[in-house]
Design a binder for this molecule. Structure first.
Ligand SMILES: [Zn+2]
Length: 467
């Protein structure tokens, strides 16, 4: 309960900051007055001079969901900064046909659907002037989300925050091409009342992309995907957002199109001083300092990027042959990284090692990585690196698809029984320095109820979904 209040407060803060900044830029022109809807000093509508032109226009266009939280949010995205990206719509559920289940995440289900009478441009902007047409989209349905609070909308709020703060370095470049997944808006399941986000449809995530046809994906294509990912990460970091849950299942890939970061649901503003630093994600992608209870930072996202580099190189998830358990956490904190089992273009392995450096301060920034990866790419274009087939690389064929699930449950038990952590500590270690670390994360993990209840479930689902 306390957590959701905090998030609510934080998002409110983000939004009110935006409102303040746009207010301060307004000049006191005589014809302008305070709008009774958005409270901004704006030109009043000719139809109703109590409200501004923007609010009046939004009023006519926005379809009410019947839920105040949703309606307020949609209205806000339409009236706050009307000239910016990020405006969203509420779409009645009956506007979606051919709904087909395609996958499951930790807290959600993903469907493919046809959106009837959509008015979204090719580059993803809401545009009421274009002719209505039918478009294939993805629907992300949040499990048990009928009691919608500000917290449930966090993913959209983060995206909206991003859309306001994203700075295009190229005027012709739209946010749709900013390597971050966009959102069109919200619909709601008419029976369960669950909240559903409307997004562009992509046919794969990076984890599936890399394993589906591993030996036929050239280094050229692999590096190109890594360039996209680091551009997306650089963009969100520049907008003061830390992803906090970056892994190959959170990167959308669609053939020759650019890769896009998604699932900003756990993201937070980088300037947020909230001490509630709960851990999200899949262990091999989580930076050691985070596993030890320190805050997520831009550098912890960079660590995850280093692991993605390894996965792209090898075609397997980092530590694919190990259980995701306490031992792996301890080993990671002691500096264990996945082995170098194959060749890679010049500079690639060094860069990957820089990204997963034990000391977050020594990891390169997203912009520095971009420069380096551009150089690796340029070299690759001149001098192609061969992929040498071996039993150490390529997708792992699993006989038992339930295996991961079993591992996940074991993992969960390890955490619920805090004593098992202490046992490992006593048996395996006699080094004082190590003990200190161990106590730190032992304390942190056991103080997080959410971690025990939700994290393990999420872990299981993501692993299955991605393999
Ligand atoms: Zn207004």
């Amino acid at each position: 309960m306390e957590k959701s209040t905090k998030i609510k407060h934080k998002v409110g803060f983000l939004l009110s900051n935006d409102a303040l900044s746009s207010q301060s830029t307004q000049t006191a022109v005589k014809s302008k007055k305070e709008c009774s809807e958005c409270n901004k000093i704006r030109k009043p509508s000719t139809e109703n001079n109590q409200i501004c032109y923007t609010c009046n226009k939004a009023k006519k266009r926005i379809i009410s969901s019947g839920n105040k939280v949703i309606d307020d949010f949609i209205k806000y995205t339409n009236t706050n900064c009307p000239n910016k990206n990020g405006k969203m719509v509420f779409v009645p559920y009956e506007k979606f046909k051919n709904i087909e289940f395609i996958g499951e995440g930790g807290f959600s289900q993903i469907f493919k659907a046809t959106w009837i009478d959509c008015q979204i441009t090719d580059w993803g902007a809401l545009d009421y002037t274009i002719k209505k047409y039918n478009r294939t989209v993805a629907l992300k349905k949040l499990n048990n989300s009928k009691n919608i609070t500000s917290k449930e909308l966090n993913e959209l709020k983060m995206y909206y925050h991003y859309s306001l703060n994203w700075k295009s370095s190229n005027n012709n470049c739209d946010i749709h091409n900013s390597y971050v997944n966009i959102y069109y808006g919200i619909t709601q399941d008419p029976i369960t009342q669950d909240l559903i986000f409307i997004m562009p449809y992509h046919n794969s995530d990076l984890a599936h992309y890399i394993t589906k046809d591993f030996y036929n994906i050239s280094w050229h294509d692999k590096i190109s995907k890594l360039e996209d990912i680091i551009k997306g990460l650089s963009n969100i970091h520049d907008a003061n957002i830390i992803h906090r849950d970056l892994h190959s299942g959170n990167i959308l890939v669609d053939g020759q199109y650019s890769a896009k970061l998604c699932d900003l649901g756990t993201s937070k503003s980088a300037t947020d001083n909230d001490d509630n630093n709960e851990i999200h994600g899949i262990i091999p992608f989580i930076a050691p300092e985070v596993l030890q209870g320190k805050k997520y930072t831009r550098a912890s996202d960079i660590y995850s990027y280093g692991m993605i580099m390894w996965e792209i190189m090898v075609g397997r998830r980092p530590f694919w042959d190990r259980k995701h358990n306490t031992e792996l956490i301890i080993d990671t904190c002691n500096g264990l990284r996945p082995p170098i089992v194959t060749n890679a273009p010049e500079g690639y392995i060094d860069l990957m090692k820089e990204c997963w450096h034990d000391d977050p301060e020594k990891r390169p920034t997203a912009n520095e990585i971009l420069e380096k990866i551009n150089r690796v790419y340029a070299n690759e274009c001149k001098n192609e690196t061969k992929i040498i087939e071996s039993s150490d690389i390529g997708p792992v064929i699993r006989n038992n698809s339930g295996k991961r699930k079993f591992e996940g449950i074991q993992f969960e038990n390890n955490f619920i029984n805090g004593e098992s952590i202490k046992k490992i500590k006593l048996i395996e270690d006699k080094n004082d320095d190590y003990l200190t670390r161990e106590i730190e994360f032992d304390f942190d993990i056991n103080s997080k109820r959410v971690y025990e209840n939700e994290y393990a479930t999420r872990e299981i689902d993501f692993d299955i979904g991605a393999l």
